[in-house]
Design a binder for this molecule. Structure first.
Ligand code: NAD
Length: 307
């Protein structure tokens, strides 16, 4: 049984060591394809792989065609829109992600961005504190829940919005106020932290109308996805509302326009950094290896994301 780790952007060595240990203890063979650059190398490497561990690597129908023995692909991380799920199903390949493994890392970065925003991007002027401010968590999944946990330590007032009943139940369990209408989350919160996935419903859904409801001095934090932002609408809003700030871990396509429209009120990490911690890297890689072993040994499909 050959487990291929195909990562154009490699895992940290300590994560690879952990994956190797899981795979070899189970009696399987580990193969590594790192920094492969061209797709042709990936197509060659997948030819005899039974399982694949990937990060943001694109697995499309062409890769699946080339992977004649493939039974499972695990995306070490949360988002899996880099995998063609329909094609995987058509090829009889199970696709999984490793939800929750990098959630704390992303949540901590959201607070890094929040503090930076309320301290005026560390420009030497007097800012405000997070304590006592109202935080709106837009989507209460794995990251959102960690944001709530940390926000309690900051002494913030916390509310959240999510469309999934189980997430609303989780809010109640955690003592977080559920908000019924998303508009109210924006209208009542000083800071909104985005944690929605990119779906047909959410794409381009955060823009002029919704963010424009925020009270004076509002801050939008985005550690979710670039696709959920309506960049045109956000640019227009930031131009009109010079009190608003936008901090993002996912650089917009129109980054330079954001920089000039909202100078001193806008910040984007140069590269997506939310999950870039040693801990998250190790956790997600090892979880992927364990899920593959569980799949082959016990038929466990707990984190399957395709049909
Ligand atoms: N910045 C980074 O490096 C980084 C790393 C990991 C994840 N992410 C992103 O963070 C986001 C959250 O990740 P997660 O692990 O918490 O995901 P998750 O699947 O655990 O949670 C997502 C939540 O969104 C809710 N949701 C879905 N559609 C919604 C809608 N239309 N309105 C409101 N809620 C909706 C779901 O019910 C769920 O509770 C994702 O977009 C993910 O891609 C970013």
């Amino acid at each position: 049984m050959k487990i291929l780790v195909a990562t154009d952007k490699p895992f940290a060595q300590v994560a690879v060591d952990g994956i190797r240990k899981e795979v070899e203890t189970a009696g399987y063979t580990l193969a590594l394809l790192e920094k492969y650059g061209e797709k042709a190398k990936l197509l060659e490497a997948v030819a005899d792989a039974d399982a694949l561990i990937i990060r943001s690597d694109v697995i499309d129908a062409e890769v699946l065609d080339a992977a004649k023995q493939l039974k499972i692909v695990v995306r070490a991380g949360a988002g899996y829109d880099n995998v063609d799920l329909e094609a995987a199903t058509a090829h009889g390949v199970c696709v999984m992600n490793t939800p929750g493994q990098n959630s704390n890392a992303v949540a901590e970065l959201a607070f890094g961005l929040m503090v930076m925003a309320v301290r005026n991007l560390y420009n030497g002027t007097s800012g405000t504190e997070l304590k006592g401010k109202k935080l709106g968590i837009h989507a209460y999944g794995n990251v959102g829940r960690n944001v709530a946990r940390i926000a309690k330590g900051f002494g913030m007032e916390i509310c959240a919005y999510d469309t999934f009943p189980a997430a609303v139940e989780a809010m109640k369990q955690d003592g977080i106020m559920p908000i019924e209408h998303v508009e109210d989350l924006y209208a009542t919160c000083n800071i909104v932290s985005l944690h929605i996935p990119a779906t047909p419903e959410t794409k381009g859904s955060i823009g002029y109308d919704l963010v424009g409801r925020m009270p004076k001095g509002g801050v939008l934090i985005n550690t979710a996805r670039k696709e959920v932002i309506d960049e045109e609408g956000m640019l227009r809003l930031l131009g009109e509302r010079t009190d608003l700030k936008y901090m993002t871990d996912i650089m917009p396509v129109r980054h330079t326009e954001f920089q000039s429209v909202a100078t001193g009120r806008y910040f984007a990490t140069p590269k997506k950094m939310g999950a870039q911690t040693a801990e998250a890297n190790i956790n997600a890689g090892i979880a992927a290896a364990r899920q593959i072993v569980g799949f082959f040994r016990d038929g466990c499909e707990r984190f399957r994301v395709n049909k």
